[in-house]
Design a protein around this ligand. Structure first.
Ligand SMILES: [Ca+2]
Ligand SMILES: [Ca+2]
Ligand SMILES: [Ca+2]
Length: 312
């Protein structure tokens, strides 16, 4: 038998043969060729894997972003859960005149003795815990602003998902943000029982460059609200406003419409519309003989709609 020994590959030329006993003889360059093929395949596999990784990463990122958007910002959820604070589901009203003191009802769970609320950093006063799910606090007068409503219990704080707003009044400012013209159109008065839906109430708005074109304007918030008879929504808190809908184009004006449910107690109320061009931070209030920045117009609290509680 021929004696042989295997040499390290590094010591062999490419064409060298290694013969050992009865082992099959394979040219080194053939082996290297296989290695190159393997390497190429591996590279292809790596490329493929990297492609997959890219797709996977995109998929994961996309999913993660969705999750963050929905869960982290709490857009769909009732609250941003701080972990140990109470549950805050909603509050009403959602805004008040900055210069007024307004009683706010907050609903949720986990309220207890000493529970308080703050309104964009202004500590609520006269907080009253009516039950573990119902809290009332007054929002003290402040400046025009929008920010978090935070409820604090002995176990922690929770920020409501909806922001609190201290609203401002544009009437008689003659700044561009005051509506040029707005009018409580119809009806000027009506009679209805408690807890019933009002007839449809209409108002018109003119704002140069905003309402002229046919159809609903963009960037306009229209709201219908009510308060105590003889009250003035540009000075007194306690009015309740809710969004109204676009109705129809009338010349250069846009007409809006809305209804509200008449209050459960009380004999007489006032109502009117208000319009905002900054998503509800500041408003121009309307009356029956025209309000706004155009010449000769001013808001008058004696020119509001009149609701009388009774049989129509
Ligand atoms: Ca204007
Ligand atoms: Ca229009
Ligand atoms: Ca007027």
């Amino acid at each position: 038998m021929t004696r042989c020994r295997r040499l390290p590959i590094a010591l062999l030329g490419l064409a060298a043969l290694v013969a050992c006993g009865d082992d099959p003889v394979t040219p080194i360059d053939a082996r290297l060729g296989d290695a190159r093929a393997d390497a190429a395949l591996d590279a292809a596999a790596v490329d493929a894997a990297m492609s997959d990784a890219t797709v996977d990463a995109a998929t994961i990122d996309s999913g993660a972003l969705d999750a963050v958007t929905i869960d982290g910002n709490g857009l769909d959820g009732p609250t941003i859960d701080s972990g140990s604070g109470p549950l805050v589901t909603d509050f009403s009203p959602v805004d008040s005149l900055a210069n007024s003191r307004t009683r706010v009802t907050i609903t949720g769970a986990g309220f207890g003795p000493g529970t308080t609320a703050s309104f964009d950093g202004v500590v609520g006063t006269g907080c009253s815990v009516l039950s573990s799910t119902l809290l009332e606090c007054s929002a003290p007068p402040s400046t025009v602003s929008r920010g978090p409503l935070i409820v604090t219990t002995s176990s922690g704080s929770t920020t409501a998902s909806r922001l609190w707003t201290y609203t401002g009044v544009r009437n008689e400012t003659d700044v561009a943000a005051e509506a040029d013209y707005c009018n409580l159109q119809f009806p000027a008065s009506f009679t209805a029982p408690h807890n019933t839906t009002s007839p449809t109430i209409y108002a018109r708005l003119y704002e140069a460059g905003v309402t002229d074109a046919p159809g609903a304007p963009s960037g306009v918030k229209a709201q219908l609200g009510w308060g105590n008879a003889g009250g003035d929504p540009t000075f007194q808190g306690g009015w309740r406003f809710a969004d109204a809908d676009y109705n129809v184009q009338v010349g250069n004006d846009d007409e809006f419409q809305g209804t509200f449910v008449t209050p459960a107690i009380g004999a007489g109320f006032a109502y009117t519309f208000r319009f905002s061009f900054d998503d509800g931070l500041t408003f121009t209030y309307c009356d029956l003989d025209g309000a706004g920045a155009n010449s000769g117009l001013e808001f008058s609290s004696t020119q509001l709609g009149v609701l009388t509680i009774g049989s129509p």
